[in-house]
Design a protein around this ligand. Structure first.
Ligand code: ARG
Length: 443
């Protein structure tokens, strides 16, 4: 083969990552060939023994002068046991082999990602527990909305990540289908036992159509799409932390060993790792799009284009596992700045909705309550007089039900939060229930 063409078509530089799965699949395949009497017991034993010994050593063998991992394994096996190695490929094609390897790999990776999400959730849960008694404003349009318990925000993150775990579990079901025995795409004239293979390789199902089986990369696309959504969540959490660490908010602080200095500004402590998690999300989307576009025009069944599903898949898995590790590390050492949290409650207008809700309990319609509270806010702005400094007389002129004492009561963030009654809301009872609920699930 022309040297340049060979270099161009090779995939060994990246698919060597599949080596343990390729060998695992080959061992099961040899056992099946033996069991179905397609090869002799002696040949089967030799193949299995050779493959097992290869599995031990493959990490240390340079593979680069092979075209791909499948040919590398056969070539090495031939060196080890001689011509019998070629019997391994009876009825098998690289088309079903590569899907098998990829499915085995993805099934392992899903489990690893789920474990890492759990670890992050546990750290977030610890912060929720620590900060259950503290309040922060929540934001809509990045403007002060109302007060919530700080724990509520961390519990929200846990819920987002729980959905990611659910999606990964769903994708797993469609990865868990055994393709081997499909050959190049139409099956084989040899009496292969695909159900035996599924059992050996721990798959819950056998694929139903050999042509579809070698053509299908939906599980890669679904995986990448699930990881892209997960990455979007990590990016939003990072963005919240970046904001909350900023000098303007100052609600939380990262550990000195986690944030970075500046080459020119001596006072800086920058949230670079969080910015990179946010930045990498772009690559995660790109990887998904690249496989979607690569697949969209392919005729059935296998086409070499499909080799290009692996670099984006591997890249996304590397990024997501790193991001989960790093975010967990940062969360585990986050500190809160109570002074700055207090400062955040100096904006009296955050409590406007509390006043309006009170007026509804006094018999006003929501529209009336909204209007009157709006008037009160306007009066305070016009007169440049904080609500808490307005006299009973000034208050009653606008809203007869109000007194200075009542206003002072409204302006307390904890009291404000205690008024929340709804299931799933940020009231202390609901937050305690959420903490308990996740404590059980994440144990
Ligand atoms: N390296 C190829 C891939 O990753 C393996 C399958 C090659 N099959 C073929 N018929 N050329 O897709």
């Amino acid at each position: 083969m022309d040297r340049d063409i060979l270099d161009f078509t090779k995939s060994i530089s990246f698919d060597k990552r599949l080596a343990p799965y390729d060998i695992e699949g080959s061992i099961a395949y040899a056992q099946m060939l033996g069991k179905c009497k397609i090869i002799s017991k002696k040949e089967k034993d030799l193949l299995v023994k050779g493959l097992r010994s290869l599995k031990e050593r493959i990490g240390r063998i340079p593979l680069e002068n092979n075209e791909d991992i499948h040919t590398a394994v056969i070539n090495l096996l031939r060196k080890e046991i001689g011509k019998t190695a070629d019997k391994l490929h009876l009825g098998r094609s690289r088309n079903d082999q590569v899907v098998l390897d990829l499915r085995l790999y993805c099934k392992d990776e899903v489990k690893q990602v789920i474990e890492k999400i759990k670890k992050l959730q546990r750290s977030l849960w610890e912060r929720a527990k620590d900060w259950r008694g503290l309040t922060i404003p929540f934001y809509t349009h990045l403007k002060n909305a109302q007060f919530i318990l700080f724990a509520h925000q961390f519990l929200a993150y846990i819920g987002m990540l729980e959905r990611d775990k659910g999606r990964l579990g769903d994708v797993f079901k469609r990865m868990d289908i055994m393709p081997l025995g499909s050959g190049a795409g139409r099956g084989s004239g040899l009496p292969l036992d695909r159900f035996y293979l599924a059992k050996k390789l721990n798959f819950s199902q056998v694929s139903e159509n050999s042509l579809d089986s070698v053509s299908d990369r939906d599980f890669v696309i679904e995986f990448l799409s699930t990881l892209a959504i997960l990455s979007m969540h990590l990016s939003r959490i990072s963005e919240d932390f970046i904001l909350f660490c900023s000098d303007e908010f100052g609600f939380i602080e990262g550990d000195d060993s986690h944030f970075t200095g500046s080459s020119i500004l001596p006072h800086k402590k920058n949230p670079d790792p969080l910015e990179l998690i946010r930045g990498y999300t772009g690559k995660m989307y790109g990887n998904l799009i690249s496989v979607l576009v690569m697949m969209k025009g392919l005729p059935l069944s296998y086409n070499r284009d499909m080799q290009l599903d692996k670099p984006p898949l591997f890249d996304s898995l590397d990024i997501i596992k790193d991001s989960l590790n790093i975010l967990e590390k940062i969360v585990s050492k986050l500190k809160v700045n109570k002074e700055n949290l207090k400062r955040a409650s100096s904006n009296e207008f955050i409590f406007a909705t509390d006043i309006a809700e009170f007026l509804v309990t006094q018999g006003y319609s929501w529209q009336e309550a909204h209007n009157l509270t709006g008037k009160l806010v306007l009066e305070s702005i016009r007169k440049k007089k904080p609500l808490k400094e307005m006299s009973d007389k000034e208050l009653k002129k606008i809203i007869p039900e109000l007194t200075q004492e009542l206003i002072l009561d409204f302006l307390d963030p904890l009291k404000s939060v205690r008024r929340i009654k709804t299931y799933g809301g940020s009231g202390p009872e609901s937050v305690e229930n959420q903490i308990k609920h996740w404590g059980k699930i994440l144990r």
